[in-house]
Every structure is written in structure tokens, then in C-alpha cells.
Ligand binder design. Structure first.
Ligand SMILES: Nc1ncnc2c1ncn2[C@@H]1O[C@H](COP(=O)(O)OP(=O)(O)OP(=O)(O)O)[C@@H](O)[C@H]1O
Length: 299
């Protein structure tokens, strides 16, 4: 570590490659994350998001590239390193016979030896239950929980060791809107108050837009975009969508010069224009444009 900004890097991935058999899934994945950043990793089904996360967690051996997670190569991560990570997998169906409180207390005990002056480990069970909204289910057996309550338990299991770096693979799949909202609040608080770094995958672009400081789009084995939702919209789509009605018909036009376009529209049609709407590119527009562009280059 040569300076404070280098010391602030929690995830450092450079030229990561992954090949299954003869198929290159990851060709050249490069990105970094700092303390307290929330990153959303987006990409089409099969793009390699889970593969990337599994490599960073040390669960999967990479084919090539340099990877540093909390200052260590995950291929050589020890228990102390592992205790600093929190992991929420796509679906987790073990522990059905355990009661929720018992399970969290039991799993939490494994983290106690790794407590530090700054980070008390594990997270107090009652506080953790309250944080994920499972206080009322504390004495229920895991197998009797609903799908959404199960997901909250998954999140609690990922958090019980008070991780400095949290991996969440589709954390809100199956959560009702209120639980999703509460979960977003929890992630933002972890990032703001504890400087927890969070890397999450999601197919919910509204969620990524709302939750993430930075959005990474993985397509064709590469990170094809890395920035805030606004930065990506400006850089990639660069056009606004203008909608209006005239004589009972709906019109839509995309243009980089929306103000000038609207002026001309009124000049030509005046009062006949109705329901005018000018919309900046959404994250969905950006995402679709980028993935299409990437697919076009492959053909
Ligand atoms: N163990 C494996 N052996 C061979 N191929 C694999 C293996 N694991 C994953 N793959 C392939 O690698 C590609 C990337 O899979 P991965 O699960 O990482 O994608 P993903 O981006 O997480 O997808 P999704 O959005 O559907 O969850 C897929 O084509 C998948 O079939």
C-alpha cells in the first residue's frame, strides 16, 4: 500500500478471465471498489455475474488475471480473511430444522475470534433480527418461513459476522415491496455508517439505480460500463425521448437536442400539441443500448 487511496481499495480485479471447457465466460473483467461503496453488477442471464462473485469469494478458481479482495488473493484466503466477508447466495435451503434465533447465534459464534477493536463480531442476534425484520419469527423453524422471510434470513446469515465486504447475489428476489424498501435502507446504512462495501447482482434496474453508487454492466465477458446511472445515461445513450400527442395520435422521438426539437414542434403545430413529455434516458434504456451494442459487435 503506497498511499491512502490505494489503502481504500477493497476489491481490485484486473484482467480476470474464466473459461469453462472451451467457452470463455469472462474475457477481461477489470474494476475496483472502495470502502463504503455499493456496486451493482448487471448483465444478461449467463453473462458471468455469479461466476465473478464466486471467484471473488474464493469459491471458484479463475483461469487468469489478478484479483485482490481485502488485500489478499481469494485463492489464498485464510479463515481470518473469510471472516471479513459476508455472502448471500442465490438460494440457500439448508438449516430447515433450526430456529431463526438459534441459527444466527450458532453461526455468529464462529466469528467471535475475529472481532477487532473497531468491529465487534458477531452482530448481536436481537439487533440483527430487528435489522432484517425477523424479530417476530425469531423462534420459528427456518423451514416454516415464507419465501421472503427465508430471503431475510439469508441476508441475516450474510451479515452476522459484520462483514467489511458483502456479496449479495440477487438479494431481493422474492421480497415484497415493503421488505425490499427496508432492505435497501439496511444496505445504505451499512455502507454509510460502517463503510461496508457491497457488491450485488440484480436484474431489477430500478433497484440498481436506487441502491448503487456505481453500476457495472457485464456483457460479452467484459465490464462494458462502469459509473453512476446518470453518467452511463449521458455517456451511452446521450439522447432524450420526447413524447407528445397530436390529433389523437401518439408520437415518440429520441433526440440529443430535445429543447430545440420541442421548440420546432410548437412552432409547426402550436396548440395542437398535447401531453408533452421529455424524458432523460433511464437506466433501462442505457442497459438495453449497451447490451445490444455488445451483441452487435459479436455477430
Ligand atoms: N461449473 C460450470 N461449468 C460449466 N459452465 C458453467 C459453470 N458454471 C457456470 N457456467 C456457465 O457460465 C456462464 C455464466 O454463468 P453465471 O451463472 O456466472 O451467469 P450469471 O450472469 O450469474 O447468470 P444469471 O443472470 O442467469 O444468474 C453460463 O453460460 C453458465 O452456463
Amino acid at each position: 500500500m503506497t498511499n491512502s487511496s490505494e489503502a481504500d481499495i477493497v476489491l481490485d480485479v484486473d484482467g480476470l478471465r474464466m473459461r469453462y471447457g472451451t467457452t470463455d465466460v469472462l474475457r477481461e473483467v477489470t474494476f475496483r471498489a472502495r470502502h463504503g461503496e455499493v456496486l451493482a453488477l448487471l448483465g444478461p442471464n449467463g453473462a458471468g455475474k455469479t461466476t465473478t462473485i464466486e471467484i471473488l469469494e474464493g469459491f471458484r478458481a479463475r483461469s487468469a488475471g489478478r484479483v485482490q479482495v481485502l488485500g489478499l488473493d481469494p485463492a489464498h484466503g485464510d479463515d481470518r480473511w473469510r471472516a471479513r466477508l459476508g455472502i448471500v447466495l442465490q438460494s440457500w435451503r439448508d438449516h430447515g430444522k433450526w430456529r431463526v434465533r438459534e441459527l444466527l447465534t450458532h453461526l455468529g459464534a464462529h466469528y467471535a475470534p475475529y472481532a477487532t477493536a473497531d468491529i465487534p463480531r458477531p452482530w448481536n442476534t436481537a439487533e440483527l433480527l430487528a435489522a432484517v425484520g425477523l424479530t417476530e419469527q425469531a423462534e420459528h423453524k427456518a423451514k416454516t418461513l415464507s419465501g421472503g422471510q427465508r430471503r431475510r434470513l439469508d441476508v441475516a446469515i450474510g451479515l452476522v459476522g459484520r462483514p467489511e465486504l458483502l456479496f449479495l447475489d440477487e438479494p431481493t428476489a422474492g421480497l415484497d415491496p415493503q421488505a425490499r424498501h427496508a432492505f435497501h435502507g439496511l444496505v445504505r446504512r451499512l455502507a454509510a455508517e460502517r463503510r461496508t462495501t457491497v457488491l450485488l447482482t440484480t436484474h431489477d434496474l430500478a433497484e440498481a439505480d436506487k441502491l448503487a453508487d456505481r453500476i457495472l454492466i457485464l456483457a460479452g465477458g467484459r465490464i462494458v460500463a462502469d459509473g453512476t446511472a446518470d453518467e452511463l445515461a449521458r455517456r451511452i445513450v446521450g439522447e432524450d425521448e420526447v413524447r407528445w400527442t397530436r390529433a389523437g395520435r401518439r408520437f415518440t422521438r429520441t433526440t440529443a437536442e430535445s429543447t430545440a426539437f420541442v421548440r420546432t414542434l410548437f412552432h409547426e403545430h402550436g396548440e395542437a400539441i398535447g401531453e408533452l413529455e421529455v424524458r432523460r434516458a433511464s437506466l433501462e434504456d442505457t442497459y438495453i443500448a449497451l447490451v445490444r451494442r455488445q451483441e452487435a459487435t459479436v455477430r
